[in-house]
Design a protein around this ligand. Structure first.
Ligand code: C5P
Length: 329
């Protein structure tokens, strides 16, 4: 993961907003083992970043003052906006927001408080199994690092990311990656394909801890070692969607469907409408459908809309991790 270069000119004194984009993730393979002593589950997962993104703009105190007098009171202000079908009320703006927590952690590393404003523009559904909050945290780390001229090393960014949440390091590196540990140890893997996905988010989110707890109830004898991803990693190297379709795997799917039975019907519907495979993304409730091509994905999205699903998205992967899209300097 290479954060955008800060350049040789110091930004101090200019302190203009910086916008960073970070992508949603889906899990192509999610192997889950029995809970560890710390309560987390050991994972073998393959993440893919897809073209459904949130933008985070970091503004240092001073610029924020000129935008709005209400920002001049010190500290960090988080403002959340986004697509009208997203439940923005469910996004906290205090320290429970992972982007806000990212600012505190980054400030602590550099021994200072990062005073200013974070504007989060959301397109990734909340509590959808797509790691939207983790994407915001990763984008905030990179945007704040540049806006405040902190020059944080990649190792420090990845370490803070891992402390913030299991999916945050992946949101920094993007692409397609193998995740181990509790998901926070990430390593890019070979992926020669362009993969087309149809996504069907649910208006009501699912709680990740609740889905993991339900997994423990359904599978009290889960092995300590999660199922490996070798077949899927092989399929990624073929570039063939039919091969990838055969190897997609999610150990949390049964728990998610047990908690939200209509997801089972949605997956069957998508597959009967021609998807190569449908599965729950991560802990759900978003369901994703693998298609042969962009045209195939658009056709499937149309069929799902006609069958009554009003919010259907098309995205491809793999895309980049958290990256600069606008430096207002
Ligand atoms: O790491 P993160 O904060 O995203 O995890 C949210 C919750 O999901 C954890 O508190 C835990 O309940 C569950 N989880 C887990 N095992 C993992 C990752 C997450 O049990 N590997």
């Amino acid at each position: 993961m290479t954060p955008p270069p800060t350049g040789s000119t110091s930004r101090i004194g200019r302190s203009l907003p910086v916008t960073v984009r970070a992508a949603a993730k889906i899990n192509l393979h999610l192997g889950v083992g029995a809970p560890r002593e710390d309560g987390f589950h050991p994972l073998t997962t393959v993440y893919q970043a897809i073209g459904l993104c949130d933008d985070v703009t970091a503004t240092r105190h001073g610029d924020a003052d000129s935008d709005s007098g209400s920002d001049s009171g010190g500290g960090l202000r988080v403002v959340v906006g986004g697509s009208d079908w997203i439940d923005l009320d469910a996004v906290p703006t205090d320290e429970r927001n992972l982007a806000h927590a990212a600012a505190i952690a980054l400030g602590r590393l550099h021994g200072r408080e990062l005073e200013g404003r974070l504007d989060i523009e959301k397109a990734i559904p909340v509590a959808g199994g797509l790691a939207g909050g983790s994407a915001d945290a990763a984008a905030a780390l990179v945007a704040l690092d540049r806006a405040f001229d902190l020059d944080t090393s990649d190792d420090d960014l990845l370490r803070i990311a891992a402390e913030l949440g299991s999916d945050v390091p992946f949101a920094l590196i993007g692409g397609t990656a193998l995740g181990t540990g509790r998901g926070e140890l990430v390593e890019s893997v070979a992926d020669v394909g362009t993969w087309w996905w149809v996504l069907v988010p649910d208006r009501a989110g699912l709680s990740t801890p609740e889905v993991y707890r339900h997994f423990d109830k359904l599978f009290p004898d889960a092995p300590a070692q999660p199922p490996e991803a070798d077949l899927l990693l092989g399929a990624l190297r073929t570039g063939q969607a039919v091969s990838l379709a055969r190897t997609l795997h999610n150990d949390l799917q049964e728990a998610a469907i047990d908690l939200r039975p209509e997801l089972g019907g949605l997956i069957s519907r998508g597959e009967s409408e021609g998807a190569l495979r449908g599965l729950v993304s991560g802990s759900g409730p978003t369901c994703v459908f693998l298609c042969e091509s962009a045209d195939h994905a658009r056709d499937l999205a149309g069929a799902l809309i006609r069958s009554g699903h009003d919010n259907v998205l098309v995205a491809n992967g793999a895309v980049a991790g958290a990256h600069l899209v606008k430096d207002h300097a």
